[in-house]
Design a protein around this ligand. Structure first.
Ligand code: ADP
Length: 178
């Protein structure tokens, strides 16, 4: 599914985020920034040691990345030139500020992309894997945060890359309803 918001192309596709040709891809990292499972592991495997090296340098300076914040590194061996590492919230029932922390994760990723002069980026579905955020609720937050941001700031393209056809359907529904 594809639409235009402001001057930005907004695309939803099924696929593997490590294979995307956008200038940056976003990683659903953890606060330690040392890699992990899921999409984080896949990005570090595909990006290679340079990505981890830069993550370690950031850790040395600022002790990781708090939930809702974002940092940027090289893309290493990826097609994408940069990886934006953001940390989504762990779902613990919805009363611990999870919605606004997820919103912050998307917002701060877009903000650092813009500050870095990046014109195209791809997001995975942050927090909806191991972190357990209900995907329909997460999709609505993801879509609304991105739409709002790109109305004010122009990117060439923002892409959501969903790993499964089921997840893609949920995001398509959220975009249709937004
Ligand atoms: P979190 O800890 O933020 O929940 P996960 O990595 O566990 O992060 O899951 C986030 C989403 O990323 C899940 O929907 C998962 O299916 C998806 N995912 C895993 N690997 C990839 C990949 N290579 N490309 C795109 N999405 C992926």
């Amino acid at each position: 599914m594809e639409t235009v918001v402001g001057k930005t192309k907004l695309c939803l596709i099924q696929g593997d985020i490590t294979l995307q040709d956008t200038e940056a891809i976003v990683n659903a990292a953890n606060t330690r920034l040392l890699g992990g499972g899921g999409v984080d592991g896949a990005i570090h495997r595909a990006g290679g040691p340079k990505v981890l090296e830069e993550c370690k340098k950031i850790r040395a300076k600022q002790d990781g990345c708090p939930t809702g914040e974002a940092v940027i590194t090289t893309g290493g061996n990826l097609k994408a030139r940069y990886v934006i590492h953001t940390v989504g919230p762990v779902w613990t029932g919805g009363n611990k500020g999870e919605d606004s922390l997820l919103r912050n994760a998307y917002y701060n990723s877009l903000k650092i992309a813009r500050e870095s002069g990046i014109t195209s980026l791809a997001f995975p579905s942050i927090s909806t894997g191991v972190y357990g955020f209900p995907i329909d609720r997460a999709a609505a937050i993801a879509i609304s945060t991105v739409k709002q941001f790109i109305q004010g700031h122009h990117f060439k393209e923002v892409r959501f890359v969903l790993f499964s056809p089921e997840d893609l359907k949920v995001y398509e529904e959220a975009l249709t309803q937004s």
